[in-house]
Design a protein around this ligand. Structure first.
Ligand SMILES: [Zn+2]
Ligand SMILES: [Zn+2]
Length: 104
């Protein structure tokens, strides 16, 4: 392992993270497989940023915060939808529209 940024190859200051390792001397990540910088282009400022870092070191924007809904979230959604349908007046035209949508 050798830091792609500063050339540090001291195992005591390099932290193995599986697919990458982190250099505590320069706070830089390197890809284990390629030995290259582990960088992506920041969608906010367009500069190269640390892929695994929580925030962009340049603009401070966070990426990857859109956590996909869990099974519980879907269950909760189903519950409230069922409740909603049960409380609907059958004569309400929107109820039938909703039902038709669900059939498709
Ligand atoms: Zn380094
Ligand atoms: Zn940025």
């Amino acid at each position: 392992m050798k830091c792609a940024n500063c050339g540090n190859d001291n195992p005591k200051t390099l932290h193995d993270e599986g697919d990458t390792f982190y250099c505590s001397l320069c706070c830089h990540r390197t890809q284990t497989a390629t030995g290259q910088d582990d960088l992506i282009t920041c969608p906010y400022c367009g500069r190269l940023r640390d892929r695994k870092a929580f925030q962009c070191m340049w603009c401070g924007n966070t990426i990857g915060q859109n956590i996909p809904p869990t099974k519980d979230d879907y269950a909760e959604l189903d519950r409230s939808l069922t409740e909603f349908e049960e409380n609907m007046d059958n004569s309400n035209i929107r109820f039938w529209k909703l039902r038709d949508k669900k059939k498709q």
